[in-house]
Ligand binder design. Structure first.
Ligand SMILES: [Zn+2]
Length: 268
């Protein structure tokens, strides 16, 4: 995660953009602090049990989250669900797809590459859109999808099944992540109206298959690794609020939309 921040600052030096800004100050990151980017002087020990994780989406976010999950020993089983095939325009940011990967399904390609990095994690893949059947028996879900329709569906599913959801999103110049633990935090609809965004998207769906900006790599690395950090807190002190990164903002990283837990899951 720090590596991604450094790389994005290097990008501003070697490939500057008109809207770039000078950083307002140092960035501190502390996973044990409720606000994440403040300093907590008391180091806290994690009591963490490796769990069974479903990752929905095997694109750029899924690539970086999958890498961090696999090497961090924070899970014992990882199931990757994605219906898409690898396209040539994906290769600039989905860095584990190379050689003859183009034209093959993303989920098993990513699973095979991650399996080469660790024998400690049982890695499986499913070539499909996510369904209710996929969430049965999992301990947590990482949403690495690229559209609001899928986020809204996952938000609904985790409320129904009482499973924590860590949801990320990214663009070439920023990204965000939110954690929904039913009964403990706010859901994605209360945080940022994911249901309405999904409805609007049905009419204006824009493909993000081709994102030529080099900065797309660093934003995905940053949000993907921040998501994996949250897997360690999700059963203890889950994130309250939405973490946002904006490459052009002087503050770069911060939390917004802190709210009380919602009760939407009780209406399902
Ligand atoms: Zn809600």
């Amino acid at each position: 995660m720090i590596g991604a921040l450094v790389a994005d600052e290097v990008r501003k030096i070697v490939m500057p953009l008109a809207d770039d800004t000078t950083p307002a100050g140092d960035i501190h990151y502390d996973l044990t602090h409720p606000r994440r980017f403040d300093i907590n002087n008391k180091a806290q020990k994690f009591d963490f049990a490796p769990c069974n994780c479903l990752m929905v989406g095997a694109g750029a976010l899924g690539t970086y989250a999958g890498l961090a999950l696999t090497v961090s020993k924070s899970i014992r089983k990882l199931t990757i669900v994605d219906p898409d095939i690898v396209e040539e325009t994906n290769l600039n940011r989905q860095i584990l797809f190379y050689d003859d990967a183009v034209g093959k399904p993303k989920a098993p390609e990513l699973a095979a590459k991650l399996a080469m990095l660790s024998t400690d994690v049982d890695i499986d893949s499913i070539v499909s859109h996510v369904t209710m059947e996929h969430v049965r028996g999992v301990d947590m879900i990482l949403s690495c999808v690229d559209n609001f329709e899928a986020r809204a569906y996952l938000n609904h599913l985790v409320g129904q099944f009482d499973i924590p959801l860590i949801s990320g999103g990214s663009s070439a110049f920023g990204g965000d992540l939110a954690v929904y633990c039913p009964g403990k935090t706010s859901c994605l609809d209360c945080y940022y109206g994911v249901n309405e965004l999904a409805q609007n998207e049905l009419n204006t769906r824009a493909s993000c298959a081709d994102v030529p900006e080099a900065s797309i790599v660093t934003t995905n690395q940053l949000i993907g690794t921040l998501m994996v950090g949250e897997t360690r807190q999700v059963f203890h002190k889950p994130l309250v609020g939405v973490i946002e990164y904006d490459t052009f903002h002087a503050d770069r990283l911060g939390i917004r939309s802190m709210r009380s837990p919602c009760q939407c899951h009780l209406k399902l």
